[in-house]
Write a protein that binds this ligand. Structure first.
Ligand code: FMN
Ligand code: SF4
Length: 491
């Protein structure tokens, strides 16, 4: 391996033995300092996934473990850097580190722990039985469900809140903000919020709860209110639970996102005090007639087709003549054909998964964005490089630093955000991935008449999740903690 950092010519540089000396001394001195009072565990990345430019598991990565084999009390082995270690479900399946670490147990008698988004007990058992590791490490799986080991021990497999592999936790960690999780609504804040999805106290409030909409926010609200012992009615307009996670999980690479639905759907199906009504779109009038004390409106959001986003705060010129689609169209099966421009002013995952879908459908795809790279926000989820590489591999034409200026039925005009210089793109259709609007008509109608709400017996009314403010799945799940504690805005 060529030296990238170590250019020393003393006993800490040159040969592998010399370059490993510092590592060895740190382990030895730690052992001297702690004696027999505790074990010394060592984390070591056996492969950097840089080929010959970095450590490789079948070359120096292995040699280093062989050299230090019996020195630590436990080997915690993985791959680096962070974007390789914490890969998302979109790009790596459970157990993705196994091919790199599977040699370690052959060269040491010390216990070995490995990671790789292990969420399913069968897979965990299988790699222990195969002799690849002695212990399963779980960073994200235990962020999503800190009781994972106990649930396995007690055979409560259906109760596991499985990590969906979205890396929202990584994103918030990278932003130095309190961590959020798409599956765990109180992750890291149990102490402040006073509850936990597995430990939630019952509520003395005797009012029943009506939750309208069974997307992430509605499901979480129904679950948490049900756990608190309240009578809950959950009404969903279509014949499937999950809202956006069900729709999005059918897009390329996002199948694991359905776990947000599956965990909650199963839990509430086991609760005698939660009734689920599918194919039951409720109007404001019907909600008033029911007169249930606490009403949470979780009717989600829809993608805009007019181009409003970060770049444009006005409709795109020529919209009326364009053949326009939104991600909602793509997800509902209303798809363009031929040459398509995807205009991404959202900068998260949606534009790129729509691109993958349309390529799979046989379209010719141009992907334009005002930012300098594709899906720029996914830097935070460690995916940006992989997303852009995948689009290029799939033959998507990527046009960065360009805003959509005008649309016609045959083409689209893009303008460089720096020079203003324009270029024409052949596109018989345009998919707008720019921003979303709350689907809050029912909430607004109810909120407009406080007297009628009071007369009907409704005590509290709240819009939650994307219906309140379109955001991440994690934001919707987090916010509904407010519903679970029934700190709803009083009318
Ligand atoms: C939010 C977050 C913070 C992390 N911080 C560290 C860290 O400080 N040091 C480290 O070696 N690994 C860190 N990791 C990586 C994990 O230890 C683990 O190796 C990686 O996430 C793969 O395991 P998993 O699939 O079980 O999550 C972090 C992971 C996450 C999700
Ligand atoms: S935020 Fe996503 S990746 Fe992180 S633990 Fe939660 S579900 Fe898993």
């Amino acid at each position: 391996m060529p030296n990238r950092y170590n250019f020393r010519s003393d006993e800490y540089g040159g040969s592998l033995e010399n370059r490993v000396r510092l590592f060895r001394e740190i382990i030895e001195e730690t052992r001297d300092a702690v004696g027999d009072s505790m074990g010394v565990a060592v984390r070591f990345s056996v492969d950097e996934l840089r080929g010959a430019e970095g450590l490789e598991a079948d070359k120096e990565g292995r040699e280093i473990v062989e050299m230090l084999a019996e020195l630590p009390d436990l080997w915690d082995v993985n791959i680096s850097e962070w974007h390789n270690d914490s890969q998302t479900s979109r790009f790596a399946a459970e157990g993705y580190q196994e091919p790199f670490i599977d040699f370690v147990k052959q060269v040491t008698t010390k216990p070995v722990v490995g990671v790789g988004r292990y969420t399913t007990p069968d897979r965990m058992v299988s790699i222990v039985e195969k002799g690849i590791v002695d212990m399963i490490g779980a960073a994200r799986p235990s962020i999503a469900d800190p009781f994972l080991p106990r649930k396995i021990e007690e055979g409560r497999i259906d109760d596991i809140r499985e990590c969906i592999g979205c890396n929202i936790c990584v994103a918030w960690d990278s932003m130095k903000a309190p961590m959020r999780c798409s599956q765990n609504p109180t992750n890291g804040e149990e102490w402040r919020r006073g509850w936990h999805p597995d430990r939630i106290s019952t509520k003395s409030d005797d009012g029943a709860v009506l939750v309208v909409g069974a997307g992430p926010a509605g499901l979480e609200a129904a679950l948490a209110a049900g756990q608190r012992g309240l009578d809950v009615m959950l009404a969903e307009a279509v014949d499937e639970l999950g809202g956006r996670v069900s729709r999005e999980s059918r897009l390329p690479g996002l199948a694991a996102w359905a776990r947000v639905r599956d965990y909650r759907g199963y839990q509430i199906s086991q609760m005698a005090n939660v009734e689920i009504y599918k194919s039951s779109a409720l109007s404001a009038e019907q909600i008033l007639e029911y007169g249930i004390a606490h009403v949470a409106i979780a009717t989600g959001a829809r993608w805009r087709s007019d181009g409003y986003g970060r770049q444009h705060q006005f409709p795109i010129a020529g919209m009326e003549s364009g053949n326009l689609f939104t991600p909602d169209d793509i997800m509902s099966g209303n798809r363009p054909s031929g040459s398509v421009l995807i205009y991404d002013d959202d900068h998260y995952y949606m534009g790129s998964v729509v691109a993958e879908q349309l390529i799979a459908d046989g379209c010719r795809v141009v992907f334009a964005t005002p930012h300098a790279v594709v899906a720029s926000w996914t830097d935070y989820t460690l995916e940006q490089h992989r997303i852009q590489a995948r689009l290029l591999e799939l033959g998507v034409e990527v046009v960065t630093s360009h805003a959509l200026q005008e649309i016609s039925s045959l083409d689209a005009t893009l303008a460089c955000i720096y020079s203003g210089k324009t270029r024409l793109v052949d596109a018989s259709s345009v998919v707008m991935v720019t921003s979303r609007l709350p689907e809050d008509a029912v909430y607004q109608e109810l909120a407009a008449d406080a007297d009628r709400l009071r007369e009907s017996g409704i005590v509290t009314l709240k819009q939650i999740g994307d219906c309140h403010g379109p955001a991440t799945i994690a934001a919707a799940v987090y916010e509904t903690g407010a519903v679970s504690t029934l700190r709803l805005s009083t009318i």
